[in-house]
Design a protein around this ligand. Structure first.
Ligand code: ADP
Ligand code: MG
Length: 700
């Protein structure tokens, strides 16, 4: 027999039936959203508003201040909140046009005639006394020509503000507001997946209330609750993916005494490891010694010494008589890594091969057979390594450079190449430093090690912004000075987003201009993306060998170029580049014994250029970038579909990200499969948001 809340009083059947109950019908949120006319429906689809649920999760960005009638200015767009005093439709003379609807609308400051086009039914829909949000423009005759409208319960007057939605051509913010008003009651059919205990602990409103508030109340409070849901599901999905890989098999425990690695570090490597490198190596050693497959991300900007750390892990495999793979995202990078790794490698017999799409059939066959027998212990390559006929005898360590370019499925393919029942240890590397919270979103299924400290001997780079003609002239003077000292320089041409061909053309023009002008007395080479791979390599190699003083290039030099004698970089049209791109570019200089200078040609007022000039720490710059642009823009996460959050935003929601991570960890620690009855709704929500595969139990 049920009892009344917090008492022992029994409740009889009639009392139970009389109790106020809520019957959420989540199917109401899944119902398709009907939008009229067709053009608006198309726009809605473009915004991803397919269902009523989509609409209710399409939250306003902010509030837009509404004008009062008295302050309307002819020719300017404005939003007002006003009450209908009279309304009527009026036929139009011109044939084929629907009747106009004209209304007198008023707020406390005055009255204005509002004209609605092509919607004769509005005369009945908005009777006298209806309060409306109207968006439109005041025409030459003083009429308010309505472009968007929605009924509202807001009071009219000077302090009113109107929720402002992300909109698109064909569907305005006010039209979205109207749709939301029409459907907001359906928010009460939303199911709250959060276990009540968690909700109470976090002092959070229930989901239905949050949805309503996010549109028509405490916008920010409501949004935060919804953002938390999104972030929690994302963390649950990432942590389950991590757990799944952990449980997917055993890794070879590389726990033998070091031999080769110690000889390498102590006698063959021409430098001492930095503190960060030593710490990273210690972490790797410990993880590689476990039978649990490592899945770690090594994050550090270009030149921070990641390759050296990765090589340690590779040699650790080799000294256990196991095999290792180093996979790079492009052929050029694979070749460069191959050269770098061989240079850093001990002179002793570590057999290494390169395997890319352009490896000859004969060499490929030879490499494959030696990998399969285990005769070859180490291979560097591209996606070509993922081919099904690439088989290993005893694969233990996989290093993946720039991991975000490899999908989860590709990682699984590599996993499958280890000996039966064994899963390799995987070390991912990225040269794009990002703040911790962003890393939790993007790499939340990995453990993360960062290299912040740059190797000693790296010279600081002075960065300056040159805006005026005089400053530009001085900059070229500076370059010539360095060249006369025997140094070399990069000239980076402006970013041309539209096409590689245009970028190449611009670079060629600049090359010709400099050759005949400011740098006429020097040997100038050209490098752009339209050149053949061979030509590119030759240009790079010639520049690296000192056969040219200046390399005029597009952003193709962004990755993987190492010319220690290059001490100057000039970036044309620097304001067109993003912060991290400029920072990456700048990493091409300051690699030798001489002090280096980076000259950014662009406006002094640019916040981005100033940030790059002021800071040399990539992590700090990533932070600033995040603040300036928000998470969606950074590193193209939106396009790559890595960080598809509808509601959550960075950096505003950093604390929520941390909270979601903590809650997710706690939840899964107690209930790894989300099997407990109070987690059933969460398991459903997880499957809905991240795929039915989320329901699969972890391997035993
Ligand atoms: P990353 O892979 O992070 O770009 P690398 O490992 O390629 O960095 O190192 C960049 C350069 O610095 C290389 O020339 C490398 O030999 C050198 N280097 C790496 N670690 C050190 C160190 N601890 N001391 C001096 N030079 C180092
Ligand atoms: Mg490197």
């Amino acid at each position: 027999m049920p009892t009344a809340f917090a008492t022992a009083d029994k409740l009889d059947r009639n009392e139970l039936l009389g109790a106020p109950v809520r019957w959420p019908r989540p199917s109401a949120l899944a119902a398709p959203l009907s939008v009229k006319p067709a053009k608006a429906a198309e726009a809605a689809a473009q915004l991803g508003l397919e269902t009523i649920g989509d609409l209710l999760e399409h939250l306003p960005r902010d509030r837009r201040e509404a004008r009062t009638v008295a302050t309307l200015i002819a020719g300017e767009g404005a939003t007002i909140v006003a009450e209908v005093r009279s309304i009527a439709s009026r036929p139009v003379r011109r044939r084929g046009m629907k009747p106009l609807v004209e209304a007198q609308v008023a707020d406390a400051t005055g009255m204005v005639k509002a004209t609605f086009f092509n919607q004769p039914w509005l005369a009945r829909k908005y009777p006298k006394g209806t309060r409306l949000v109207l968006h439109g423009k005041v025409g030459s005759r003083g009429d308010f020509n309505v472009e968007g409208h929605a009924p509202t319960t807001q009071s009219t007057g000077s302090d009113s503000e109107v929720a402002h939605y992300p909109a698109t051509a064909g569907l305005s913010s006010t039209q979205i507001l109207a749709l939301v008003r029409e459907h907001l009651h359906i928010a009460h059919d939303a199911i709250d997946a959060l276990p009540p205990r968690m909700r109470r602990a976090g002092g959070m409103p229930d989901r239905a209330a949050a949805l309503v508030a996010a549109h028509a109340g405490d916008l920010e409070g409501g949004r935060r609750r919804l953002a938390f849901d999104e972030l929690l599901l994302a963390q649950l999905s990432l942590l389950r993916r991590r757990a799944r890989r952990r449980a997917s098999g055993t890794a070879p425990a590389l726990d033998g005494a070091p031999g080769l690695t110690v000889r390498w570090r102590e006698t063959l490597l021409p430098f001492q490891l930095t503190g960060d490198q030593r710490r990273a190596v210690a972490v790797l050693d410990e993880e590689l010694a476990q039978p649990r497959p490592m899945q770690r991300l090594l994050m550090g900007e270009v030149g921070s010494g990641k390759t050296v750390v990765a090589l340690h892990a590779i040699l650790r495999a080799i000294e256990h008589d196991m095999q290792a793979v180093f996979m790079a995202p492009t052929e050029v990078l694979a070749e460069q890594h191959f050269a770098t790794l061989q240079a850093l490698m001990p002179g002793e017999a570590v057999r290494t091969a390169l395997l890319t799409g352009s490896t000859t059939a004969k060499r490929r066959a030879d490499t494959l057979s030696k990998l399969a027998t285990g005769e070859l212990s180490f291979v560097v390559g591209t996606h070509a390594l993922l081919e099904p006929d690439v088989l290993f005898d005893r694969l233990a360590v996989v290093v993946v450079d720039e991991q975000h370019r490899f999908g989860v499925r590709q990682r699984a393919t590599l996993d499958a190449k280890a000996p039966a029942g064994l899963v390799p240890h995987v070390l991912h590397m990225t040269a794009t430093p990002i703040p911790r919270t962003m890393a939790l979103l993007r790499y939340g299924d990995l453990d993360i090690t960062t290299l912040r400290e740059l190797p000693r001997g790296r010279r600081p780079i002075t960065t300056e912004v040159a805006a005026t003609d005089a400053e530009r002239a001085a900059a070229y003077e500076r370059i010539r000075g360095e060249l006369d000292e025997g140094r070399q320089a990069f000239v980076v041409c402006p970013l041309v987003e539209e096409s590689e061909a245009l970028a190449a053309k611009a670079a060629t023009a600049e090359f010709e201009r400099l050759r005949g002008g400011e740098l006429a007395d020097y040997r100038v080479a050209l490098l752009h993306g339209q050149m053949r791979p061979r030509e590119k390599q030759e240009a790079m190699a010639a520049f690296a060998a000192g056969a040219f003083d200046v390399l005029v290039a597009t952003t193709v030099i962004e990755v993987g170029v190492d010319v220690p004698n290059a001490t100057v970089m000039l970036v044309e049209g620097a304001e067109r580049f993003g912060i991290s791109q400029l920072h990456q570019l700048r990493g091409r200089i300051g690699r030798g014994e001489h002090a280096s200078t980076c000259l950014l040609f662009g406006p002094k007022i640019s916040v981005r250029l100033r940030a790059v000039a002021r800071h040399s720490d990539g992590f700090e710059l990533a932070r600033i970038d995040l603040e300036l642009r928000g998470e969606g823009e950074i590193a193209g996460t939106r396009q790559s579909g890595m960080a598809l959050f509808k509601v959550a935003r960075l950096p505003e929601d950093e604390q929520l990200v941390e909270a979601a991570r903590t809650y997710a960890e706690g939840l899964l620690a107690g209930d790894p499969e989300l099997e407990a009855p109070e987690h059933a709704l969460l398991a459903d929500a997880l499957a809905a948001a991240h795929g039915e595969a989320q329901r699969q139990p972890l391997p035993a």
